[in-house]
Design a protein. Structure first.
Length: 256
């Protein structure tokens, strides 16, 4: 008979394998079941350029599937049914959120389940959003879990296009982290050309390099009003445009 220890070990390995398999199926395999999209199984010879000759639609499809890497044969991706759909039409975040009166800091929201980030100004308006790849369940090279920490943080420091990891690859360091924005120890938002459509990092939040550059240079503050970073917890709820306008209206009768 198999020992109880061996059975427990076998079940753990099977569970880990299942977790990895589901994760690597990619975000598109799940979102393609929604009404606005259709599912497409990638065939040999397919590429983003071949499937989406129009450059604007191609950019949208890549963001929809949370990818900036080559397509993999056999994977399922989501394809928009309408060619007139826009990036904001497929945003996983509300356009407006409630903010405290007198709020001055911007906020970056990170949703690991939806593989997306959103940038809200101090007034509660969504300015931009984009794909992410956050920490995976288990990192074989360090022998431990490496999920991105959940909670409320602030960006504590940022660097430019030459930012590099001092830890990875293990024993060497030097992995590119362009436009890094650290919010908890060595955990940062940063640009990457390796967003595969599932969480695959050592804990950092990978972004499109273009998105990281915009956040780093035009949105995130570390001095006057440090930008908030909300990861999975305390995610703001949406409000209608009418309430957004009301919370941002100026007192026209104020004395000067």
């Amino acid at each position: 008979m198999l020992s109880r220890w061996f059975i427990s070990l076998l079940l753990s390995i099977m569970g880990l394998f299942l977790t990895v398999s589901v994760a690597q199926a990619g975000y598109g395999a799940k979102v393609c079941k929604q009404r606005a999209f259709k599912c497409y199984k990638v065939k040999k010879g397919d590429s983003w350029e071949k499937l989406f000759p129009d450059s604007d639609l191609r950019k949208l499809a890549r963001r929809l599937n949370r990818m900036n890497v080559k397509l993999r044969k056999g994977q399922t991706i989501a394809v928009p049914k309408s060619s007139s759909i826009t990036l904001m039409d497929i945003s996983p975040f509300p356009k407006y959120i409630k903010v405290k009166k007198g709020a001055k800091s911007n906020t970056v929201v990170v949703n690991q389940r939806k593989l997306a980030w959103g940038a809200y100004n101090s007034g509660g308006k969504l300015l931009k959003w984009g794909p992410i790849s956050a920490g995976k369940n288990y990192c074989k090279d360090i022998g431990e879990r490496c999920r991105t920490p959940k909670g409320s943080f602030h960006v504590i420091r940022k660097m430019g296009s030459g930012c590099e990891s001092t830890v990875f690859p293990v024993g060497k360091g030097g992995a590119p982290m362009p436009y890094c924005m650290f919010f908890k120890g060595g955990i940062a938002l940063h640009g990457s050309y390796e967003l595969p459509g599932y969480n695959a990092s050592h804990g950092c939040v990978r972004l499109y390099p273009k998105d990281a550059r915009w956040l780093n240079t035009q949105f995130v503050d570390t001095v006057i009003e440090p930008t908030k970073v909300l990861v999975d917890k305390n995610l703001p709820k949406g409000i209608p445009e009418s309430k957004y306008k009301l919370q941002n209206v100026q007192d026209v009768f104020a004395w000067h």
